[in-house]
Design a protein around this ligand. Structure first.
Ligand code: NPG
Length: 367
């Protein structure tokens, strides 16, 4: 396929409520959509960077610049297929979220032109996927209980609580006391602890959590190995896992027994599938992470979550968890599940009037 142009569309998506984690508060997503324009049609990608480099070193201003200066030129220079994108960009270090967004747009264009869905291409085996929801850090425990109660009422199959030093054991205890031990419950620290907190974190063991996600800094694989020997709760890695190679290393060293897969974090859906296959071969369960995606990214995530080794509910929440008005037709929860789109490519498209309303800037890159 020959790309004619890559359009970078920066949009502002207001969120229904602020989302607070150990690394900051999001109130409005500052998102870059990528449109791959080809003679055979177009495709959409979504870049999962945030406004600031707080979850990872990438951020939206930098993604825009990186795609313009370094990623677009080699992709426009000669015909390309989605599975060749990683190799064509291999001399550019890092910038995985930017690469992933462009690969997603090219893959969508390719699949739309051949009539195949994302799920089919990736190897999905389910028509719908179990959904969990990620609950931000609240001002007090009373509010937390109200929020969790509402999500359970909406049908979410698993609750993930964001934790940080000072907001960990007590909120987890309160949720367990209120909702009982059958509730699938896990916590996410977003790298907010150090190995010196190992004893404190083992205080979570009594609550029967599914997992504790990314307790230590992303580079600290050795620390997670040590921590996994101390705490009984299974360790799941998110930020640390940036490629299939790192996943293989973390599994071999027993740094984790579960992995959260986010396509943006690992450079795209094709690398995400590699990690899925590797984990499956090693008997390591995976689940699909979320990065507050609009309906475009959500469609691709739901397709990914339909692969066989995604055996835990993902952060694949309904559109209304985050957005009053999604950019696509909204994803709606049905019995705690989202349907996997079956149409060509992503199977969803931006609604032109919403896209227009939220667009702040458009840049078109041609050869
Ligand atoms: O449901 O899309 C979602 C969000 C799930 O908690 C979630 N995402 O650390 O995993 C995370 C967190 C996140 C949000 C990360 C925004 C980066 C940016």
């Amino acid at each position: 396929m020959q790309l004619e142009a890559l359009e970078l569309r920066r949009v502002a998506l207001p969120m229904v409520t602020p989302f607070r984690t150990s690394f900051g508060v999001e109130q409005e997503r500052d998102v870059l959509f990528v449109r791959a324009i080809t003679a055979d049609g177009e495709g959409w990608g979504e870049c999962v960077t945030s406004k600031s480099p707080s979850y990872s070193s990438e951020y939206t201003d930098a993604a825009l610049l990186t795609i313009r200066r370094f990623i677009a030129p080699p992709l426009l220079a000669a015909p390309i297929t989605a599975i060749e994108v990683g190799e064509r960009l291999s001399s550019i270090r890092g910038h995985r979220m930017s690469k992933a967004a462009v690969e997603m747009a090219i893959l969508d264009a390719e699949l739309r032109s051949t009539g195949q869905s994302f799920a089919r291409f990736l190897g999905g085996v389910r028509d719908s996927v179990d959904c969990g929801v990620s609950v931000g850090i609240e001002d007090d425990i009373g509010r937390l209980i109200d929020v969790v109660d509402r999500f359970i009422g909406e049908g979410y199959k698993r609750i993930k609580l964001k934790i940080e030093p000072g907001w960990d054991i007590e909120p987890v205890r309160a949720v367990r006391d209120k909702f009982g031990h059958d509730l699938l419950l896990q916590v996410d620290a977003n790298a907010a602890y150090t190995l010196a907190d190992a004893r404190h974190l083992s205080g979570l063991d009594e609550f029967g959590l599914l997992l504790i996600e990314q307790p230590l800094p992303e580079e600290d694989i050795a620390g997670h190995v040590e921590l996994a020997r101390t705490v009984k709760t299974p360790i799941c890695l998110d930020e640390s896992i940036t490629s299939a190679g790192i996943a293989a290393d973390a599994i071999a060293r027993r740094a984790c027994s579960i992995i959260n897969i986010k396509a943006g974090r690992v450079g795209g859906y094709i690398e995400a599938r590699r990690i899925h296959d590797l984990c499956k071969a090693h008997g390591v369960p995976v689940w699909c992470g979320g990065m507050l995606e609009s309906g475009l990214g959500r469609a691709a995530n739901v397709a990914l979550a339909s692969l066989p080794n995604f055996t835990l509910p993902g952060d694949t929440s309904a559109s209304d968890r985050y957005y009053a008005k999604d950019v696509t037709e909204p994803f709606v929860l049905e019995d705690g599940q989202l349907k996997v789109p079956t149409g060509p490519g992503l199977g969803v498209e931006p609604l032109p009037e919403v896209l227009e309303e939220i667009t702040r800037d458009v840049v078109t890159i041609r050869l």
